[in-house]
Design a protein around this ligand. Structure first.
Ligand SMILES: *Cc1c(COP(=O)(O)O)cnc(C)c1O
Length: 223
């Protein structure tokens, strides 16, 4: 079951602000995705490779699938033929594997670098220093990956009731985005800043997000 009222409202608000809405459909049945698809929605986010591959096989071919969960290198091959944007890249090793699979399928795969901005230890992603290393000393290795396109950054703020903390985490991600946006190379052009989920979407948009990933506000609480 989707909450159509919530969907219509948030889709309208975000469209007016030119913020892209990714409907996070992890754990939801294909039927719910179909309902949203029939309302005209095309961008969906999934966290698990197997679940994504199953749904992709059952649903219309013009859906743009976004991978937003932790991705193991040995699973890239299952999503490489069709994935629209891999938002959760957290290592150079993974970028190399995505490039290899993209070559195999004769396509370009767009990626976002996931940045660890939250306090929680368990969240994946580059930290600030690792990102700097990638953009400086590893740049020549990056440049050789001609079948990927690094289109920006993704991050998740802390799960916290402290608005100031969330705000400062988003500010940090935005400032990294602005800094690396200056770099313009064939396969590295930052245009997407993916931040904001159901609980912090308003704050994320105020702090400069242009892509948000919303699950429970549209589909209801996950079990
Ligand atoms: C689950 C998830 C979301 C959506 O979370 P909601 O609170 O349901 O909106 C967004 N981003 C990532 C990376 C997620 O794993």
């Amino acid at each position: 079951m989707i909450n159509q009222e919530n969907y219509t409202r948030i889709a309208g608000e975000l469209a007016a602000k030119k913020v892209q809405l990714i409907a996070v459909s992890k754990t939801r049945p294909a039927g719910d995705i179909r309902t949203l698809y029939d309302l005209g929605h095309r961008d969906f986010g999934e966290n698990y490779v197997q679940e994504l591959a199953d749904k992709q096989g059952q649903l219309p071919g013009d859906i743009r699938w976004h991978f937003i969960g932790h991705l193991q290198s040995n699973k890239v091959k299952y999503i490489a033929p069709f994935i629209h944007l891999i938002q959760s890249v957290d290592s150079l090793k993974l970028l190399k594997e995505i490039n290899k699979q993209a070559v195999k399928h004769d396509r370009e795969i767009a990626c976002l670098l996931q940045v660890h901005i939250a306090e929680e230890e368990t969240k994946f992603g580059f930290d600030e220093r690792e990102l700097e290393t990638l953009m400086a000393s590893d740049r020549s290795e990056l440049a050789a990956l001609e079948h990927i396109r690094i289109a920006g950054l993704m991050g998740m703020a802390s799960l916290s009731a402290d608005e100031n903390k969330i705000k400062s985490e988003f500010k940090k991600l935005k400032s990294l985005f602005d800094r690396f946006k200056e770099l313009r190379e064939a396969n590295l052009q930052f245009t997407i800043l993916s931040m904001g989920m159901s609980s912090d979407v308003d704050m994320a948009v105020r702090e400069g997000s242009n892509m948000v990933r919303i699950g429970s506000f549209i589909f209801g609480e996950r079990k």
